[in-house]
Design a protein around this ligand. Structure first.
Ligand code: ADP
Ligand code: MG
Length: 310
């Protein structure tokens, strides 16, 4: 199959046309017109086979996740996703693989009204996927890492540690894969991110472990935090693990794609009343620098490291 027929068959019509798009796939570049009231929000993520996902990962999941991780970054600013560009380099043009991959990509784009507006396709030894995502946000409404204030409540948007546990099951070649979809098919918290405009002082998505990612908020905001580990929403399977093992998945594991954000105690009460069981308070922002961990009232000595490539 030629490069051009591959693009035509699997990508050109994979998604619906968004109202912002004037020119989509097929020319040298895409052209978009954004409403004047909005700022452009953009990000890119690179996924390399065998590094970001095991080589035998379901191609549908690879397509889904390569978009999901970017929509999660947009969500972490409070942005509304608009479009993606897809760079893909493949060892072979395998029809079954491409069909499943493009279906996973198309399904998540459909769910979040995102259009694939362009990309690039090449051949290489190692499967590599780079997705660039574009979104919009009303002027001045972006929620940054740097806005946390002393006294803020620290919240997360759901269960933490499930993806890390699922990855461990795969690496140990265990048959029980109960939490696999948390790893393979994460749901970016786009709707919640948008609701947090005017409420959250700071926000990040949890891709490299709660400990490290919350650490980015603390550093950027020049504050510290107390975290109450028993308050972290936890799946029953993780709840049954010994504490250090559970905390390892939750604080240092990655790939959860939940949001971690801080807001005033008043706003926490307001949001928690309006959207029950959507946001979960796990700690508070304090003046003293660093991250202090507590479990059932006792201070815990647990080393936070999280994922780093180098
Ligand atoms: P150029 O040579 O100008 O870079 P290409 O021949 O690489 O253009 O691509 C032709 C068209 O197909 C362009 O509009 C490009 O954005 C689009 N395209 C190429 N690969 C992909 C892909 N993987 N996903 C989506 N669009 C793609
Ligand atoms: Mg090109």
């Amino acid at each position: 199959m030629s490069e051009f027929s591959l693009i035509k068959q699997y990508f050109q019509n994979a998604t619906n046309t968004h109202t912002y798009t004037d020119v989509g796939i097929g020319d040298d570049c895409a052209i978009s017109s954004l409403p004047e009231s909005q700022q452009l929000v953009s990000c890119v993520d690179l996924l390399v086979a065998d590094r970001h996902f095991p080589l035998d990962t379901d191609p549908y999941a690879i397509g889904w996740k390569s978009v999901a991780v970017n929509l999660s970054d947009l969500a972490a600013m409070g942005a509304t996703p608009y479009a993606i560009l897809l760079g893909v380099s493949l060892p072979t043009a395998d029809n079954d693989w491409l069909k499943a991959f493009s279906q996973g990509l198309a399904d998540i784009c459909q769910q979040f009204c995102v259009q694939l507006i362009g990309g690039d396709t090449t051949k290489s030894e190692m499967l590599t996927i780079s997705v660039t995502a574009l979104g919009t946000i009303p002027h001045g409404q972006g929620i940054l890492r740097s806005g946390a204030k002393v006294g803020d409540v620290i919240c997360v948007s759901g269960e933490i540690g499930n993806a890390s546990f699922a990855l461990q099951q795969i690496l140990k070649r265990e048959k029980n894969r109960t939490l696999q979809s948390a790893l393979d098919l994460p749901t970016p918290q786009v709707e919640l991110g948008q609701k947090l405009h005017g409420f959250a002082h700071s926000m990040i998505d949890i891709s490299d472990g709660l400990g490290q990612d919350l650490g980015h908020i603390l550093t950027a905001s020049d504050v510290g935090a107390k975290l109450f580990l028993e308050k972290i929403p936890t799946h029953p399977i993780l709840q049954s693990l010994p504490n250090p093992e559970k905390w390892q998945h939750q604080m240092n594991g990655g790939d959860d794609y939940h949001l971690c954000f801080t807001l005033s105690p008043e706003n926490y009460v307001k949001l928690n009343t309006e959207y029950p069981n959507t946001i979960f308070a796990i700690g508070e922002i304090v003046t003293e620098q660093g991250l202090q961990l507590f479990s059932d009232g006792e201070k815990v000595d647990f080393s936070v490291n999280g994922w780093q490539h180098f």
